[in-house]
Structures are given as C-alpha cells and as structure tokens.
Ligand binder design. Sequence first.
Ligand SMILES: [Fe+2]
Length: 473
Amino acid sequence: MNHWFDGFSRIHRFEIDSSDKVYYRSRTTCDGVIEKIRETGTGKDITFGQQDPCQSMFRKLMSTFHSALTTQSNSEGKVRPSDVNVGVTLSTNLAGLPPTTDNTIGYGGIRSLYAKTDANVLQALDPETLEPVGLAKQGVLHPSLNGQLSAAHGCHDHVNGDFFNYNLLLGAGKPTYRVFKVDGKTNETVILATIRDAPAAYVHSSFLTEKYIILCVWPAKLAHGGITVPFEKNIVGSLATWNNSDKATFYVIDRTTNGRGVVRKFTSKGFFAFHSVNAWDEGDDIVMDIPIFDNTDVLTKFYITNLMSTNSDAKKWVGKALPQLARFRLPNVTTRQDSPNIPSAILEYKKTNVNFELPVINPNYAMKPNRYIYAVVDRQKSTFLDGVIKYDTVNHEQTFWEDHGHTPGEPIFVADPNGKDEDDGVLLTVVLDGREEKSYLLILDAKSMKEIARAEMQTRVQFGFHGTYHGNL
Ligand SMILES: [Fe+2]
C-alpha cells in the first residue's frame, strides 16, 4: 500500500451509551479482494503491478475505484459482497435503497447501511455486524443511471430525506452526466438534468441549496472522455495533464421534481477540490463555501511516503498543495440574460492562510447561511495533519484543538438536541497519538474546542476518510 487512498476498506464503529461507556468494533469489508491477492500471488488486478513508474504511481492511487469498477469474481465466478473495496463514505437509511438487515427495527434505528465510493457501486453492510451482505449499482434506483462513475458524496436534504447525486457515463464523444434525485418520502428516483457539454472529470462532491443542486465540473479531466478508465481500471490513471487555462463550470439545476433542468451555467478560473462545505440561496444568488486547490498535485502528495514524518520525502511536500478556503457567489441565477456568454462566478475570497480539509458543519445549518466550519488542518506543524480547526466565517478567526504529534481524522459534528447556537454541540474525531502509536476517540466542545472526554484504545485506527453519526436518543 503506497497511497492514502489505496487501503483495504475497514469500517470502525464507536457506540457511546448512556452510562458513558464506549464500545468499539471494526470489520474489514473487502475480504474477497484480499483473498484474491492471496490466491493469485499478485496484486496485478488491483493495482499493485510494477508498471512504468508514472503509471504505477497512478494505478496504485485509486484501487478503491479499481475493484469497484471491475467487480471481482472468485474462482467459481461468483461475485461476493466482499469482492469490492468500497469505503469512502457511509450512509444510513438512504432513500430508495432496501434495508440491509432482516431486523425490522434495524440496529439502533439503522435499517440500512451502505458504503459508497466514486464509482457506480453500493456495498450493503449489516448494520449490526458490519458484514458485507450485498452489492448494488445505481441502476436499482433508475435504469438510466448506467454510467461507471459517481460521487462518493451525494447531497442529503436532512429536512425531507431527499438524496441527490450524479452518475457519469464515460465516452469519447459526449460523456453524459445525469443528475438525479431520490425522493425521501416516495423513494422514487427522477433525473433532474442530463448534461452532455461537460468534459468527463473526477468530481467527488456537489452543492445543495433549498432550490438547486449545483454540479461544479472542475477541470480534473479524464483523458479521451474517460474511455480509458475501464482499461486503466482506475480514475487517476486516466487523468489528463492539468491545464491552467481550463475553466471550472457550475451547472445550476432546479431540484424540484417538475424542474427546469439546468437553469444557468457559470464559469470560473479552474481549480480542483474534494469537498463542498455548504451552500445556500441568498435572494437570487447562490453562495458556496469550498476548500480548493490550484491543481491536482495533492493526489501525488497523498502518497504515504510523502506523508510520514519519518520519511525524508515528506519534508519536500510540507507547505505545498494546500487547500485554501474559497467562497463563490453565483449572481442573479434566474435573471434573464441575452448574452450567449456564460457568466462568471464571483470568487468572494480565497483564504491562502486557511488550509483545512474534510470540512463539516452543524447539519442543522445545511442549506442555510452558517457561520462555523470544522475541519482538520495543515499548518505545517507536521507532515500530515496537525489539529482540528473551528473557523469563523464572519470574523475569520481560527480556533484550534491540537496536541503535538497527535493526528486527528475528520471531525463529525453532533448537534446538541437542546442547543440554541450554531456551535452548540460536540465534535467526534479519532486521533492517532503518534508517540504511543495508539488511537483514541476524542470528544470536543464545538463552542470552546476544549476536550470533554476521550476513549483510549489499545490499538491504532487507520486513517480513513469519512464517518457518519447516527443518534438513538
Ligand atoms: Fe470525500
């Protein structure tokens, strides 16, 4: 394993009960993939092959996509639920998808648990044991969702349960993005927009407001419309060379079922990004927060040799390929425009000194103007991540939790059910104590960023990507 994104998926669960005890369990969810490597004695099929250095580097980058795209089968030709390596995001009780347990009340209220990635595959997990129990493609939601790629991060409307995402059908001519909605009440899926004028690109998330879903196709372009992806069997191996003159395009799509498809397009200087933070309607404008990168160099930075402090290569990357918090405004979305030119998105700010990723907010403030963003931060105090930040978007103050040599993972915001302020709640984050080489679950007061409690472990938890909180209050 050479790259952060290249690990074998393992799901970790922490259960905090009312007596202040914390229970932990974990399960590897790609046993079939590991077994295949043992059987064949080679990792060739899942990107460990020794190719030319550049290709090998990229091949190793995205095994997550690779095995998902190929859907491995064992020597008897059967595809088993653990024959894929899917573990970027987790969704509980996702609209449109069947339960993943026979238990009618689920486990702690979780009736379905799905692991997702940026390919068109969904891995069903038993919500109690975390055992893989099934595989599905987005075609189960709607027959036209037959493209190879998608975003690991769909958009959830926490108010009504609606779920949004896109599906990308690769092709040398016109790659096709289908932006869809799964209705939280009826479980029906509708195609909101079909986009054929955008290049095939690696897009990991999108934006949701109360009126619109906004798909931003930034220029992380796949060469030849992505037709080499099935051959390369990964996404990043198929990325075209970054071109600084390429633009990003924002597609603003009416999210109502009887909508108008793409309402308006906006363009901006090209950038790369992973994760949108939040978006909201402001009159006829849309406001969006997102950490952005100047290009895709960060994908190379995320080689493990470039991240581990014990490796001299890591020092070369310190301070480079950093995310910078950006706020975009899309003005006058519905104003009739006679010019054939695509209007520009307004970059209200790009904070070169605000270098955080894996951003979260109080989920009750999704689609509303929110003030606080929480994330993991790189202040060059380490070769990877060195703290948890609370960023105030009003006065631009930064508050940190940090402990030198301790590396936190994505914080998860749990709102205080009786809270009044946006920052009434706690943050949950799994931290590696680099000196002891052990992990702990840390609970921070989201207002003060002070520690409330921690549950220490006798082992290490690998750095994954994203988690989800399910309350059973
Ligand atoms: Fe992500």
